[in-house]
Design a protein. Structure first.
Length: 86
């Protein structure tokens, strides 16, 4: 498994902060930065797997019970996005 450059930078920032400042502040900053990197990775994975389009483009999908009541004039104005995420 390859360590990303951004993760190495986070480790170095935490190491420098531990040496020159308080351990508590360094750990808190490290956790916050690592959380942001993790959220970015999840966003990238979700973006790759998501499908979006109008109702007319999703004709192969099984309609829900409330989809039958949609007026045909507004069907092309409704935007659907399916998210497949981990």
């Amino acid at each position: 498994m390859r360590i990303l450059r951004v993760e190495v930078v986070i480790m170095l920032i935490v190491l420098v902060m531990i040496v020159f400042t308080d351990n508590f502040q360094a750990i808190i900053l490290g956790v916050i930065l690592a959380s942001l990197v993790f959220i970015k990775k999840l966003e990238d994975m979700t973006e790759d797997k998501s499908v979006s389009g109008t109702i007319e483009e999703f004709t192969c999908e099984k309609a829900w019970a409330d989809d039958a009541r949609i007026i045909p004039e507004i069907q092309n104005k409704i935007y659907i996005k399916y998210l497949n995420s981990p």
